[in-house]
Design a protein around this ligand. Structure first.
Ligand SMILES: Nc1nc2c(c(=O)[nH]1)N[C@H]1C(S)=C(S)[C@@H](COP(=O)(O)OP(=O)(O)OC[C@H]3O[C@@H](n4cnc5c(=O)[nH]c(N)nc54)[C@H](O)[C@@H]3O)O[C@H]1N2
Ligand SMILES: Nc1nc2c(c(=O)[nH]1)N[C@H]1C(S)=C(S)[C@@H](COP(=O)(O)OP(=O)(O)OC[C@H]3O[C@@H](n4cnc5c(=O)[nH]c(N)nc54)[C@H](O)[C@@H]3O)O[C@H]1N2
Ligand code: SF4
Ligand SMILES: [Mo]
Length: 726
């Protein structure tokens, strides 16, 4: 038996979501035999799920792209990397020379955040080109959090973490941790289980959600809020607390500025008016506000259910306000700042994107990118700066963003569409080039910039378990090669390209591969300039000595104030733009459904789905998933719809057919369609028919209206109609 036919176990972590579960990967002959939770991991294995367990099936996906593929007519042929890079570079340069750098655009999706080298070198390449046509998943998910963090704490990356084990009162708004795990821009491993353990010891859990979710079922109270109206609930709570003097005096005076402006704002608000807007009982709101403020230790947690609306930023802001004015920041049981082993806020401060307004909407960038909803027009509208070439890096925006039909049509009009992914999905169907990506099981990564998002100081080196297919390439390498071929200096730094070329030449000449630059050099630099533990910096050999992951020390309080990047080192609880927008909302009449579209379309995830991209993995989903719309029995009765009937759900921009499932989970007036379905998987190598999985509910979401502060669309509160068909 040759040595490699003996199975070996690699300890690493799953990089599908921020739960970052420690896993043991059993490998034999460069194949993943088994993935299980690494129970020796001191921090992260507790959320381990079937998505991580089946990660090997994506690696061996029968339709995986294995070499660069060039479109020829309606099919694809394999090409070499030299051909791919040369052709893409020449076509991008031609587009730029004919107009300006903005003619080349990029969309980067959620998985790009789970590879540090991808994010770093994509930005290096974009800076090299000098394009402002940057589109990012943040505008469909987390921009509200970035905008709020920037205004209140002075940095888009200031993401407080939850101190679950000490909390007595959890107010969970727009999140379903029983399914999604406790993660967004923070992660608490096993967070939901730990919250339930606190509940067992007497803590109260309140869940605010238009659906009776798996989390809401376990809550002590469930407030079935009207979608998109959390801002009214939260403003009412702030009002009760300030009017009744329940605030934390010291923090309101010393930690925060702007409390007086908040008082002025809530003085004019009326609890009954706010209760009507969010369609909750005002007495219940007052109760929850009092309970929250008087609980010994408490926290508000807001997530995507709050942010993905036209009012998302105001609601996200008010969630943070509640924590600050009741003294929950940097105190046990509340939200604290985890300094981690590197200061990501400082690192991100070194990246300067020049401010830019989009040529058509006139809107500025948020968190370094423009809103996805603007992309179709930027592609199809002629004029200087029109996008003619696009690169999609880890994304499926036709399914994950608003009005996918318009985006799909726009993508079909490009001179050049380049995609980096494992398989060709819905958003990639018009691609001229498909470039094969490397899975996390096939690459090493330190992922240092999530260091501040874990609930304790924690480090694990993401070791690779298997070698990638020989034709696949990591994104960083693609971006470096493109910059060199385009003759554009990476990071706009003179000499960087020649430095990399020189290291490659030295490695080739001497036959010493480690002389060639890789992002691992950056890992070393990060540690060499990182935080000290027990008086000294972390060395690489310390990292290697902890293959199961390493808790670097105890959770510490007291780092929050020093992490603030506001000029006065205070939390700004009343940023003028948020106050102004709230005043506007208060002046508007309560929202009414437009004629013909009486329902609001809410949202659901499942434990075993991952946004739009693991739906095809065998064994993860029962057949027929993603084809149902949940309707409350009262609404169904009024429409003459029975369980199992075929129905059309339609909006002003689209219509889809599904099977009606009568359910008491949504509040009346709200229908639910699972997010992430309706993405076909194509077969560029074999040429077989595309496989289809479920229906894309975001085809019903209008990309026109956005939250003016975060530029997010009403992904979880669009208005729709429902009727029986057939
Ligand atoms: N209505 C509604 N819409 C939503 C949501 C919702 O709850 N409701 N959720 C939103 C949220 S939270 C998010 S984050 C977005 C997600 O939106 P996106 O990030 O645009 O889309 P994903 O579905 O995550 O698709 C990720 C793609 O990246 C590929 N991929 C995975 N790993 C890698 C890798 O290492 N390299 C490369 N090159 N490719 C990779 C996958 O195969 C897949 O094609 O969707 C949002 N859209
Ligand atoms: N299994 C699984 N886990 C995941 C993901 C996944 O796709 N699958 N995605 C990962 C990603 S990228 C992210 S960002 C996180 C997201 O994590 P979460 O934000 O916790 O995501 P959801 O489970 O969609 O929970 C959002 C909840 O908000 C509710 N909601 C919708 N509209 C409103 C509203 O107007 N007000 C209120 N109060 N609630 C509302 C929905 O009904 C839903 O129950 O999860 C991560 N974890
Ligand atoms: S996908 Fe599952 S196994 Fe992977 S990190 Fe997230 S919760 Fe853990
Ligand atoms: Mo997300």
């Amino acid at each position: 038996m040759s040595p490699e036919s003996d199975p070996r176990t690699v300890h690493t972590f799953c990089r599908y979501c921020l739960a970052s579960c420690g896993v043991d990967v059993t490998v034999q002959n460069n194949r993943v035999v088994k993935i299980s939770a690494d129970k020796q991991n001191p921090h992260t294995w507790h959320d381990f799920c079937a998505k991580g367990r089946t990660a090997g099936r994506l690696v061996e996906h029968p339709r995986r792209i294995l070499n660069p593929m060039r479109r020829v007519g309606e099919s694809y042929v394999e090409a070499t990397w030299e051909e791919a890079i040369a052709d893409i570079a020449a076509r991008m340069n031609a587009v730029i020379d004919a107009d300006c750098p903005d003619a080349v655009g990029v969309y980067y999706g959620n998985p790009s955040g789970f590879s540090s080298s991808n994010i770093i070198f994509m930005n290096g390449w974009l800076d090299a080109i000098g394009t402002h046509s940057r589109y990012f998943v943040g505008s469909i998910d987390q921009n509200a959090m970035h905008v709020v963090a920037a205004a209140m704490y002075g940095s888009i990356l200031m993401a407080p973490v939850s101190d679950i084990d000490n909390c007595d009162y959890f107010l969970l708004i727009g999140t379903n941790p029983a399914v999604s795990a406790w993660n967004w821009l923070e992660t608490v491993p096993g967070g939901w289980r730990r919250a339930l353990a606190r509940q067992g010891q007497g803590a109260t859990i309140v869940v605010v959600d238009p659906l009776l979710t798996e989390s809401a079922e376990k809550a002590d109270r469930h407030l079935a809020v009207r979608p998109g109206q959390d801002w009214a609930l939260l403003l009412a709570m702030v009002k009760v607390i300030l009017d009744e003097g329940l605030e934390h005096r010291q923090d309101c005076a010393e930690l925060a500025t702007g409390v007086a402006e908040l008082r002025t704002l809530v003085a004019d608000a009326d609890i009954n008016d706010l209760a009507r807007r969010c369609d909750l009982d005002s007495a219940q709101i007052v109760d929850v506000a009092r309970e929250f403020a008087s609980a010994e230790r408490a926290m508000v947690v807001t997530r995507t259910g709050v942010s993905m609306h036209l009012t998302g930023t105001v609601a996200e802001w008010l969630g943070h306000v509640l924590n600050v004015i009741t003294g929950r920041m940097d105190r046990p049981g509340g939200r604290r700042y985890e300094p981690g082993y590197v200061d990501a806020i400082r690192m991100s401060g070194m990246v300067k994107t020049s401010p830019h307004r989009n040529r058509l909407s006139g809107r500025e960038m948020v968190a370094g990118a423009h809103a996805l909803s603007e992309l179709p027009d930027e592609i199809t509208t002629p004029g200087p700066g029109q996008i003619r070439a696009m690169l999609i890096n880890c994304g499926n925006p036709v399914v994950s963003g608003p009005d996918g039909a318009r985006l799909d049509e726009a993508l079909s009009q490009l001179d050049l569409l380049v995609v980096i992914d494992f398989v060709q999905r819905e958003s990639h169907r018009h691609a001229h080039w498909l470039l094969p990506a490397v899975h996390w099981l096939e690459r090493d990564d330190l992922l240092a910039f999530t260091s501040n998002m874990h609930d304790e100081p924690y480090l694990q080196y993401g070791a690779k378990a298997v070698e990638p297919p020989p034709g696949a390439r990591q994104e960083w390498r693609i971006f470096v090669d493109l910059a060199i071929a385009m003759g554009k200096p990476l990071f706009r730094a003179k000499g960087f390209n020649s430095f990399i070329t020189a290291t490659r030449r030295a490695a080739a000449l001497t036959g010493t591969p480690r002389l060639e630059f890789t992002p691992h050099w950056i890992d070393r630099l990060v540690l060499a300039t990182g935080r000290k533990f027990n008086g000294r910096r972390i060395r690489w050999r310390d990292v290697l000595a902890h293959p199961h992951g390493w808790v670097l020390g105890p959770r510490e309080f007291g780092h929050f104030k020093e992490a603030l990047r506001t000029p006065d080192k205070k939390v700004h609880v009343a940023p003028p733009e948020f106050v102004a927008r709230t005043t506007e909302l208060l002046a508007e009449p309560p929202v009414e459904a437009p004629a013909g579209y009486p329902f609001q379309l809410a949202n659901r995830r499942h434990r075993h789905s991952m946004n739009s991209w693991l739906n095809e993995i065998p064994g993860l989903h029962p057949a027929g998933k993603g084809t149902e719309v949940l309707i409350h029995p009262e609404d169904a009765a009024a429409l003459g719809i029975s369980n199992g009937d075929r129905v059309s759900v339609f909006s002003a921009v689209g219509a889809i057919d599904l099977d009606a499932a009568l359910s008491e989970r949504p509040r009346p007036g709200v229908v639910i369609i699972d997010h992430g379905w309706g993405s076909r998987v194509f077969d560029p190598r074999g040429g077989a028919a595309p496989e289809s999985f479920g229906v894309n509910r975001n085809l019903l979401v209008d990309g026109g209206p956005v939250d003016p502060l975060s530029q997010t669309s009403a992904l979880n509160s669009s208005y729709v109609g429902v009727r029986r068909v057939g």
